[in-house]
Write a protein that binds this ligand. Structure first.
Ligand code: FE2
Length: 411
């Protein structure tokens, strides 16, 4: 079927994410050996790397037009369309280093680029300790210079390279700074348009952070605030927070950031049982600050994915509700673990400090980075506007920008 093969050879289409991780080196396949029953195959690449794949996996993930829409990359078949005892009838390495396969039952024929298979290898024993982080993440402590993430707003709003670099810092460090943001009402939400959408809450499309006489939230006073993540009482939590400074004439009022992933990893090294308690038992968070609002959530302080990857740190002393999900025998120990984490949050060794001046904006990953502020004088005014947004949209924009730049680095 030559038309099928021709279609497969056009897999470089930039519109399809699955086909264009162009930043990785192309690697050709050299040899393929299927097992006697054809239910799996071992592939050998030119650089000596080898990996096994199952016939059922290969059929389900085929890239040809009968399996995936060539317009949007979405799958056209269901796993139930594939017999569970499917096996490989034929395997052949093509001259360009791709793999041609013919499957049993309906004789379906398909072609896989060696590079695509290499990028989707799953034949590895990845047993990692609980609390691991993605390779892209760079953990930091108080030695880290917040200003190293600073990029002018004029650049990130006009140059794709600068925008990508700034968004990459949010991904890798969990925060970034910019300056030169317009000083008008709601400008913080305009920055969000560069990468995604505002997440509106009952605090509004954006919220004011300035001293108030009878505040519904302690954030709206001139008191210092302990390191915290925002809104742990929402489920899901807002994954990004942006804070733009409009005025800051007050003495004090420094912004403080703490890498939550860094401190929970240190906690794990120093006291594995404390880490286990905070990640395996649920805490409760609640907020009833405004008439008609009763937000509640039940989640652990340290949330892990089922494979042990760090997913989220929720830490907010102001909105932590009574603990009711830890067995009586463990409560004392749990509170000691929580206390230990709180000491780390307050330890200057882990705190990065800086001052937001008018026109400066901070974006942070609210699932990882805790923020705090020092107290400030009531004499001068301090006025910030904040809003929430979502990280998946930011990561999607980053990947789209990276693909665009890879195709045309002059952009
Ligand atoms: Fe906050």
């Amino acid at each position: 079927n030559s038309s099928l093969l021709n279609t497969n050879l056009r897999l470089g289409s930039p519109s399809l994410k699955i086909f264009s991780k162009s930043q990785k080196t192309f690697m050709k396949l050299k040899r393929a050996e299927k097992t006697e029953d054809g239910t799996s195959i071992t592939l050998h690449w030119e650089d000596g790397f080898q990996s096994r794949f199952h016939a059922q996996w290969l059929r389900y993930n085929s890239l040809d037009p009968k399996t995936r829409s060539q317009h949007n990359g979405q799958r056209l078949i269901s796993l139930l369309d594939i017999p569970q005892d499917i096996f490989l009838e034929e395997e052949e390495i093509q001259p360009d280093g791709s793999l041609r396969l013919v499957f049993s039952h309906d004789g379906h024929e398909t072609l896989f680029p060696g590079k695509w298979l290499r990028e989707h290898v799953y034949d590895q024993s990845k047993i990692r300790e609980k609390g691991w982080c993605d390779e892209a993440i760079t953990l930091w402590d108080g030695q880290f210079e917040a200003s190293s993430t600073l990029m002018p707003y004029s650049k990130i709003s006009s140059e794709p390279q600068s925008q990508a670099a700034w968004l990459r810092m949010v991904r890798d460090y969990g925060f970034a700074l910019t300056e030169g943001v317009p000083l008008h009402n709601g400008a913080v939400t305009e920055l969000v348009k560069l990468f995604g959408f505002v997440r509106e809450t009952e605090y509004g499309r954006w919220f004011e952070v300035r001293s108030e006489a009878n505040p519904i939230n302690l954030a709206y006073t001139n008191q210092g605030l302990q390191g915290h993540t925002d809104n742990p009482y929402r489920d899901p939590v807002p994954t990004l927070q942006l804070l733009a400074c409009l005025e800051n004439e007050a003495e004090g009022g420094e912004s403080i950031l703490i890498d939550g992933f860094k401190i929970v990893q240190i906690l794990k090294e120093e006291d594995p049982e404390a880490f286990r308690l905070l990640s395996e038992y649920c805490a409760r968070f609640e907020f009833t600050g405004k008439k008609g609002v009763f937000l509640k959530s039940k989640r652990p302080v340290i949330e892990l994915k089922p494979d042990g990857e760090l997913a989220c740190v929720r830490f907010n002393n102001r909105s932590t509700a009574p603990l009711t999900d830890v067995p009586y025998e463990k409560v004392q120990e749990y509170l000691c673990a929580y206390r230990r984490l709180m000491e780390m949050v307050e330890n200057p060794e882990f705190q990065v400090r800086f001052r937001l001046n008018p026109g400066a904006l901070l974006i942070l990953d609210n699932t990882r980075v805790l923020h705090a502020r020092s107290s400030f004088s009531s004499a001068g005014s301090r006025w910030l506007q904040g809003c929430y947004a979502d990280r998946d949209g930011l990561l999607s924009t980053l990947e789209a920008l990276e693909q665009k730049i890879a195709l045309d680095p002059s952009k």
